[in-house]
Design a protein around this ligand. Structure first.
Ligand SMILES: NC(=O)c1ccc[n+]([C@@H]2O[C@H](COP(=O)([O-])OP(=O)(O)OC[C@H]3O[C@@H](n4cnc5c(N)ncnc54)[C@H](O)[C@@H]3O)[C@@H](O)[C@H]2O)c1
Ligand SMILES: C[N+](C)(C)CC=O
Length: 502
């Protein structure tokens, strides 16, 4: 679908189906107990379009009183929601997914404005998220307990699963809807209630989602959204006695801080954190497969992608050919306004943009060579936004930030290796362990490397999005726990053993 076609559909969706015109998302309140909730502070945060520097809307600046109101609402709702038949909760979730598809163009339009990602990608995010809700709903019906065959007269032990309680779902800016659906899609059908806290950069689409869940028929207090700065309301959300679990996606430092506080209060956590994902391109790899896959996965969402390709290790005998091919492909990407058929938009804010600038300067100072990109885009189309072009740095080594620190931007480092053992050691020479990739003409080599690489997911001979029915998550500093699949659902339950004597 072209951007123009998408746009026609957005207008159609707005006029035919939506209860919310653009003007009404200029000022958004918290969403508590199925109602808009004015912030106790009376203050609002401006949400800026990273492309044009215009104010897209405002969201409430939460404080501890708002946190208490949201958690109290979720706590009260939990008492009845946990008793609902699973089939009822699942039916509501399918309805929410249906409405998300119905309003997808409208939510995508909002997302494109607050995040700056090309519209087609935003639409894809909404439809994938609706699919995830459907998947979790179906899988929820297959959750089971167990009765061991003790064969004892008049006695049985029952192992049952119960909802964990009230969940605080904290999400980052880069995929606000998908990353939230990874949490609520599992928590709600398991009988938990939720208080969501979206990023202050991209809160509007999440607030709209909450209204859609209300329209789907969710009772008051089951799904609440509170907005504000993490450093102002984060501790209150984690420490509050009503909170049972924190499901967090975001930076490693933030996640570790939340994990430490949660541990002090014995709360459950799932932490999906930063990454610095390596690719190994072996001597016999098919470059016509590897190069397009790497370019697509390094620069999607302007590199603001948790398991994007960050560093590439290429066998010395194919290094020159690889660099030439990958540079040519990166040069074809169009950077610009999300509504202009672009492949890449701007970075979401100055801080994220500066990571890329700092890492490029560091690599150049230490002997790296910029093959394409490397500095801020300027000109009439770019001056107001945080536009950084696709950037490839060759001749890198592990003294450079680009090979060791998370970039979260459209910059990759490329380095030569001479043996496969050396490549795996370089791949594992990182504090992170979210994802890794191998391209090899030898299936055995690919599989061996996949087993040896320290990462939660490894792709061999292709790179694509993670699937709904298999677990996703990180090892080392990239996180604790898994989302997606039945593992994602189990993470919102507690096991209870009942010894039944009769
Ligand atoms: N592993 C994954 O699946 C995955 C997916 C997407 C993004 N990420 C990571 O997210 C990061 C980028 O997102 P970001 O810049 O929005 O991350 P961030 O850590 O700055 O913020 C994430 C969320 O945490 C909140 N927050 C900030 N301080 C807090 C505190 N003290 N207590 C509670 N909440 C707090 C923020 O307001 C935001 O909602 C990258 O590091 C990226 O790797 C990881
Ligand atoms: C998993 N995903 C792509 C939705 C978010 C990563 O940033």
């Amino acid at each position: 679908m072209t951007t123009d076609e998408c746009y026609v559909l957005i207008r159609h969706s707005l006029t035919r189906h939506s209860s919310l015109a653009h003007s009404t998302f200029k000022k958004m309140e918290h969403f508590i107990n199925n109602q808009r909730h004015t912030p106790d502070s009376g203050q609002y945060i401006e949400v800026i379009n990273p492309c044009t520097a215009e104010v897209v809307g405002t969201c409430a600046r939460g404080n501890t009183a708002d946190v208490h109101a949201a958690l109290t609402s979720a706590g009260a709702a939990f008492q009845t929601w946990k008793k609902q038949p699973a089939a009822h909760r699942v039916k509501l979730q399918h309805e929410a997914a249906r409405l998300m598809r119905l309003y997808s163009y409208e939510i995508a339009d909002m997302l494109a404005r607050e995040l700056g990602r090309p519209l087609a990608g935003c639409i894809h995010e909404i439809s994938r998220s609706a699919d995830l809700l459907d998947f979790y709903a179906e899988e929820a019906l297959r959750m089971k307990g167990e009765i061991p065959l003790h064969n004892l007269e008049g006695e049985k032990a029952l192992v049952v699963r119960q909802p964990i309680g009230v969940v605080v779902a904290i999400t980052p800016f880069n995929y606000p809807i998908t990353l939230l659906c990874m949490k609520i899609g599992a928590a709600l059908p398991m009988g938990c209630t939720v208080v969501a806290k979206p990023s202050e950069d991209t809160p509007l689409s999440t607030l709209r989602l909450a209204e859609i869940f209300k329209e789907a028929g969710y009772p008051e207090g089951v799904f609440n959204v509170i907005t504000g700065y993490g450093h102002e309301i984060g501790n209150a959300l984690v420490e509050h006695p009503i909170t049972s679990k924190i499901a967090f996606t975001g930076g490693t430092n933030t996640g570790k801080r939340i994990g430490a506080l949660a541990a002090a209060h014995n709360k459950r956590v799932t932490l999906e954190l930063g990454g610095q994902s390596p690719v190994i391109v072996c001597e016999e790899a098919d470059l016509s497969v590897a190069c397009p896959a790497i370019v697509k996965h390094a620069f999607a969402n302007s590199g603001q992608f948790c398991y994007r390709v960050n560093r590439v290790y290429v066998h010395q005998n194919v290094y020159e050919a690889f660099v030439e091919k990958i540079t040519a492909l990166a040069n074809r990407l169009k950077v610009g306004d999300p509504f202009s058929n672009s492949d890449m938009g701007p970075m979401v804010n100055r801080k994220i943009y500066q990571n890329s600038e700092v890492q490029v300067a560091d690599a150049l100072q230490k002997g790296g060579t910029v093959k394409t990109g490397g500095s801020r885009l300027t000109g009439e189309d770019y001056d107001k936004g945080w536009f950084f072009p696709p950037t490839i740095i060759a001749d890198t080594n592990h003294s450079m930030k680009i090979m060791t620190e998370e970039t979260f931007g459209p910059v990759i480092g490329v380095m030569k290796f001479s043996t496969n053992e050396e490549a795996v050691a370089l791949g594992n020479d990182s504090e992170y362990g979210l994802a890794a990739y191998v391209f090899s003409g030898q299936l055995g080599t690919g599989l061996r490397m996949a087993e040896e690489l320290e990462a939660g997911s490894v792709w061999v001979n292709n790179i694509h999005r993670s699937y709904q029915d298999v677990p996703f998550g990180g090892v080392k500093q990239s996180g604790i726990g898994r989302e997606k699949g039945r593992y994602g659902l189990e993470a919102y339950t507690e096991l209870k053993t009942i010894y039944l004597n009769y």
